[in-house]
Design a protein around this ligand. Structure first.
Ligand SMILES: Cc1cc2nc3c(=O)[nH]c(=O)nc-3n(C[C@H](O)[C@H](O)[C@H](O)COP(=O)(O)OP(=O)(O)OC[C@H]3O[C@@H](n4cnc5c(N)ncnc54)[C@H](O)[C@@H]3O)c2cc1C
Length: 400
């Protein structure tokens, strides 16, 4: 890696907007393509190299682990800091009925892995930092993007304009470049806020994840390493402050009770972090000499834990298509290559995005019909083995 210096008059084949985990993974995945890549990030290098803890503990699928291994990211994570989900239990309201998913059903050791967003971001940067094919421009935001048949251009906050062959936007679910490229986006503001923090438990969690759809809020308790769990509460935004300002002891007692005291005495051991819940899906993941990856393509509600898993897959798929075009001596930025990526990522992400939004709506409404419907969903899923086996397969099957 080196830093971008305009005076060098360096030209780049690909400009990536955003050094979040998706942008960094994509830049890394282009290694060996012979393309020179510039990643532009509005934050300073220090913020990307040593990211602050942000409360997010990310559930990763087996496919994501495989991609992270292939990109040299997985091995840079301290393996002692990786948690395992071996079983998941989903419940609704006060009903005793729970839907169980077990890793044994899939013949694997675990359903998925738990890694903090801080460690993921650190690993993504550490893996790509030494690479010669990538340069970084920190502390500059992309102000505008324009593309034509002949080239793409980005203008930075210091008013420099760079020409390139292809712009790949990984600039978050509220992507400015997506808007500038005239790509419309489906947005669902759930009017809810997600509050995340970690807790220490008295009794072992046995690697079981609990997801409880209560009438006014959803509580997830996810197993981390040792006796640590990540707690994710989603609640109507006007009630979020009641939780954020609640005394730690009262909050701990509520969470302990939500899992029927199976984890013994629980103690809040981190700050509380809150995120407004807005899901987004771009109508197109590609345009002329332009592609969207990560949350910029599809920003998920976190309840089904798919956001980064999809984002990583998008980075991998797009890079794979570009490398294939290079091998075939085809222009890597041509519409055909980008449209193929658009179609394959749509096929993967649309069912997950739409399905998640239906689940969220169904499980957060308090009307009688909704309560009855979710009870029925849990009952059918519990007793019709192929349904729970299908969901387990989605988590554990390698899909790259
Ligand atoms: C509470 C919570 C829990 C979650 N849990 C899970 C989970 O269990 N499993 C899962 O898979 N996912 C989960 N996610 C989703 C996951 O965190 C995101 O999908 C992922 O972090 C998105 O990465 P990204 O690189 O696409 O975008 P971001 O991380 O948003 O990165 C975008 C980058 O672009 C930069 N940028 C933006 N605009 C510009 C500009 N104009 N110029 C230059 N730079 C710019 C930003 O500074 C930033 O660095 C969760 C999310 C939340 C909020």
């Amino acid at each position: 890696m080196s830093f971008f210096v305009m005076e060098k008059d360096m030209t780049y084949d690909v400009v990536v907007i955003g050094a979040g985990p998706a942008g960094l993974s994509f830049a890394k995945a282009l290694k060996g393509s012979g393309l020179k890549v510039l990643v532009i990030e509005q934050n300073q290098e220090q913020d990307i190299q040593s990211p602050a803890y942000d409360g997010r503990e990310i559930a990763l699928t087996h496919s994501s682990r495989t991609i992270m291994q292939a990109l040299g990211q997985w091995d840079t994570i301290d393996q002692q800091n990786i948690g395992f989900i071996k079983e998941a239990k989903v419940s609704s309201g006060n009903a005793p009925l729970t839907l169980d998913f077990n890793s044994q059903d899939s013949g694997l050791d675990c359903l998925g892995f738990m890694v903090s967003n801080q460690n993921i971001r650190h690993a993504c940067f550490a893996a790509v930092e030494p690479d010669e094919h990538v340069d970084f421009c920190f502390g500059q935001s992309v102000q505008s993007v324009k593309t034509s048949d002949n080239m793409a251009q980005v203008t930075l906050s210091d008013e420099q304009t760079l020409s390139t062959q292809l712009v790949v936007a990984a600039d978050s679910r509220f992507s400015q470049s997506r808007r500038q490229m005239g790509i419309s986006t489906d947005m669902v503001d759930f009017g809810r806020t997600c509050i995340v923090f970690t807790m220490t438990t008295e009794k072992p969690h046995n690697h079981v994840a609990h997801e409880m759809f209560r009438y006014d809020k959803t509580i997830a308790v996810l197993p981390l390493v040792d006796n640590q769990v990540s707690v994710v509460i989603t609640i109507a935004s006007d009630k979020a402050d009641d939780i954020i300002q609640a005394p730690a002891l009262a909050l701990a007692a509520e969470i302990s009770q939500s899992v029927d005291h199976q984890l013994g005495v629980m103690t809040v051991n981190s700050e509380l972090y809150s995120y407004p819940l807005v899901a987004t899906m771009a109508s197109q993941y590609s345009a002329k000499r332009f592609a969207l990856i990560g949350d910029a393509a599809v920003g998920m509600h976190p309840v089904t834990a798919h956001g980064f898993n999809l984002g990583l897959s998008s980075a991998w798929q797009l890079a794979k298509g570009i490398k294939k075009a290079r091998q075939d001596n085809q222009p890597f930025y041509q519409d055909r290559v980008l449209r193929r990526y658009h179609h394959s990522h749509k096929r993967q992400s649309v069912p997950i995005y739409k399905g998640t939004n239906v689940v969220v709506k169904l499980f957060t409404k308090n009307q009688l019909w909704a309560k009855a419907a979710r009870h029925a969903v849990l009952k059918v899923s519990k007793h019709v083995k192929p349904i729970s086996q299908f969901i387990t397969k989605q988590l554990t099957q390698e899909q790259i």
